[in-house]
Design a protein around this ligand. Structure first.
Ligand code: E4P
Length: 259
């Protein structure tokens, strides 16, 4: 299992030394609020002040600049790749997703970061999967996120997506809310969903990487040890490490490397 850090926190990446890193707008916002990242934020705001256009357009441009600025710094620290998410409000528009993905790749290239260091993270909607199909043919590797079912996973595999992020915690959240009870990791519907997708992929010889995402507890991570990749928050990675380091050693004996 390749251990991936699910964060925009540059300091956490320095400490945890994961192979890859995944971000999303919420994680970038958290990173923006950390005082240690003030220089990156100041640069983006300074740049925004020089831009013309409506305040909404400039605000959106600054948000994009921040995501790429954080992603670029993170990509210099990890040996693997950084996932950068295309805005969720484009999830049902293939052309807008393609335009945004290409502009993200160009913005990274302008900072000297090649596309090989990046995964374009796209929602696993019908339109998002169509966009990923085009991007993969152009040599842009994609991470298809917001994936909750085997149907979505198979559609991603059919178009040659590089990596999928089946969610665990958001499936669990729904069941906890609607059934009003707790679940042990072995009966956790999110864990069961990812195991099913992983088993189906392997039985069909599908090469798309399966990366479990959206974890709520160390128990869920442990229940999915052995999956291709797992993207885990710094808080849970630290908790796993405190637990005598047992699980982290099992997942990755060499500094969160690959086993
Ligand atoms: C990672 O790729 C996902 O964006 C992340 O794990 C989602 O986690 P959440 O359900 O806690 O938002």
């Amino acid at each position: 299992t390749t251990v991936v850090a699910d964060t925009g926190d540059i300091d956490a990446i320095r400490t945890l030394k994961p192979i890859d890193c995944t971000t999303n707008p919420t994680l970038i916002l958290k990173a923006v609020e950390m005082p240690s990242h003030a220089d990156i934020v100041d640069e983006a705001i300074g740049w925004g002040r020089k831009q013309s256009g409506s305040s909404a357009a400039v605000t959106a441009a600054v948000a994009d600049r921040l995501a790429v600025a954080f992603g670029s710094e993170l990509s210099k620290l990890v040996p693997g790749r950084v996932s950068t998410e295309v805005d969720a409000d484009l999830s049902f528009n293939t052309k807008a997703t393609l335009d945004k993905a290409r502009s993200i790749i160009a913005a990274y290239a302008a900072r000297g970061i090649p596309r090989e260091k990046i995964l374009i993270k796209i929602a696993s909607t019908w339109e998002g999967i169509r966009a990923a199909e085009v991007l993969q043919k152009e040599g842009v590797d994609c991470n298809l996120t917001l994936l909750f079912s085997l149907v979505q996973a198979m559609a991603c595999a059919e178009v040659g997506v590089h990596l999928i992020s089946p969610f665990v915690g958001r499936i669990l959240d729904w069941h906890v809310k609607n059934e009003g009870r707790k679940f042990e990791p072995e009966e956790d519907p999110g864990v069961i969903s990812v195991r099913g997708i992983y088993a189906a992929y392997k039985s069909k010889g599908i090469k798309t990487i399966v990366m479990g995402a959206s974890f709520r507890s160390t128990g869920e991570v442990e229940a999915l040890a052995g999956c291709d990749n797992l993207t885990i928050s710094p808080a849970l990675l630290t908790e796993l490490d405190k637990d005598e380091g047992a699980l982290v050693r099992r997942l990755s004996p060499d500094d969160y490397g690959t086993v």
